[in-house]
Write a protein that binds this ligand. Structure first.
Ligand code: ATP
Ligand code: MG
Length: 442
């Protein structure tokens, strides 16, 4: 993409309504714009990051054996009345009437609808286990929308639902999702810690929140510092391996404030390893048995010919909260650096020449060359001053830059990783370097 053809409305100043760095940066770098309270448009740069995150989430769900479908944003109130949550959900639910005066709502989550789909289409134990998911916009009329897309009213969520014959199998589905969340967040370069959590209005008795630690987070958390050092690289989905990894986490203390017990914390964790801090919830998993399959009368026929209510779990990831969460974790007050898995562009080409001169030609040439080699560069071909170009790119956070100025020889390119030193590379070295960066550990 050439910047002169793009929509990247950079703001020089931080808008006063933005209180935390991710909100400030997302507004300043032209990723999002508020359209009304707690409701945002995703401008091209933000949309690219959002889509990359969505795809990583999708890939890991597929690997864990979940199957994608798509349910609507608008749901009938009937199934919510049947489950009993129509009244329980309170003012967070956006209620709508259609022209026939029928009660509809904008879905805040999908336990009821997926149970209905299951009920209408699955009858036999032979179809279990089954894990279904979708990535769809949700609406919750939050009492205090704030921090930009971190806590907004319309947001994109990945939600998965598992159906099993018995509790033991349901726990295995739960563990698979637990592991797939660890892998997903690792791919996003986030150190997410699973913590015992309250189940809230969804109900059930087993629940973990996945939390990244930042002092701007809304959750108060207590944990054993050793949790920060667990290496989860190279993990696979064999049952043994799943148990081994989950064990590493679950034997160390971690809890959100609702589940925290000071006496347990002191008993289980040495003083020097106790960490009491704040964090951002990026995912939440629940096992809730037959709460919805019972109330909505979903039944499966067992091998023995009995009809039983399947055991269910639900598993959410805040996809549109993640760009903000990544910024909170990665921004260091001087510049933003996107993890390479979600960077909006692979590399920035900063053209310091003038329209039509040698430097300009060289910039356009390397831009075409990289595009022909399947890279996605952003070429700054505007007439802004060099100082302002550098400043803007520190803000946008593309992790690699190629700087084209008049001092370089014709076949030499200045290559820089944000926050690190520069190196001089030939064209073919440059290509190899980018291949190494982006194709090596995928
Ligand atoms: P919270 O405690 O933050 O309100 P929740 O427990 O209500 O979250 P879930 O129902 O478990 O959230 O939703 C799954 C995920 O969706 C959460 O882990 C979070 O990442 C995201 N999420 C929930 N509410 C919002 C919101 N208002 N804005 C953006 N993302 C949200
Ligand atoms: Mg909530």
């Amino acid at each position: 993409m050439k910047l002169s053809n793009y929509l990247l409305p950079i703001l020089k100043e931080s808008p006063s309504e933005a209180k935390i760095k991710s909100h400030q940066l997302m507004l300043r770098s032209g990723m999002i714009r508020q359209s009304s309270s707690g409701i945002y448009s995703w401008l091209p740069l933000g949309f690219k990051v959002l889509k990359k995150i969505e795809n990583i989430v999708r890939e890991e769900q597929n690997k864990a054996g979940a199957i994608e479908l798509l349910m609507p944003t608008i749901q009938s109130a009937d199934i919510w009345k049947e489950s009993g949550r129509y009244d329980d959900y309170g003012k967070e639910m956006l209620r709508i009437k259609d022209r026939q005066e029928r009660d509809l709502l904008y879905g805040p989550t999908n336990e009821e609808l997926i149970t209905q789909i299951f009920k209408d289409n699955v009858k036999s134990y032979k179809n279990l286990p089954l894990m279904l998911y979708h990535i769809q916009w949700k609406f919750r009329d939050e009492i205090r929308p704030r921090f930009g897309v971190m806590r907004c009213r319309e947001f994109l969520m990945k939600d998965t639902y598992s159906f099993d014959l018995n509790k033991q199998n349901a726990e295995y589905s739960y563990k698979k999702m637990y592991l797939s969340y660890l892998k997903t967040f690792e791919k996003l370069d986030l150190n997410a810690i699973p913590m015992q959590a309250d189940t809230g209005p969804i109900g059930g008795d087993l629940s973990h929140e996945f939390i990244i630690l930042t002092d701007t987070g809304e959750s108060e958390v207590f944990l054993d510092k050793n949790l920060l050092n667990i290496n989860i690289k190279n993990i696979d989905y064999t049952k043994n391996n799943i148990d081994k990894i989950i064990d590493k986490f679950s034997k160390l203390y971690s809890a959100t404030d609702e589940k925290h017990s000071t006496s347990e914390f002191n008993r289980l964790v040495e003083k020097k390893n106790q960490l009491h801090t704040r964090g951002i919830e990026i995912g939440h998993i629940f096992y809730f048995g037959d709460k919805y399959s019972k109330s909505l009368k979903a039944l499966v026929n067992t091998k023995e010919g009995k009809n039983i209510n399947p055991q269910m779990g639900s598993y959410g990831i805040g996809v549109s909260r993640l760009p903000a969460a990544i910024i909170e974790a990665k921004y260091n007050n001087e510049f933003m650096k996107w993890p390479k898995s979600v960077t909006p562009f692979h590399v920035a080409i900063i053209n310091l020449g003038k329209n039509g001169d040698e430097v300009d030609k060289k910039s356009n040439d390397i831009y075409t060359f990289l595009k022909n080699n399947s890279f996605d560069p952003l070429l700054d071909d505007t007439s802004e001053s060099p100082a302002s170009k550098f400043k803007n790119f520190d803000l946008i956070g593309i992790p690699y830059q190629i700087i084209i100025g008049s001092k370089m020889k014709k076949e030499e390119y200045e290559f820089k990783e944000l926050g690190k030193g520069k190196m001089i590379l030939s064209k073919s070295e440059l290509l190899n370097r980018l291949k190494e960066i982006y194709h090596s550990d995928q």
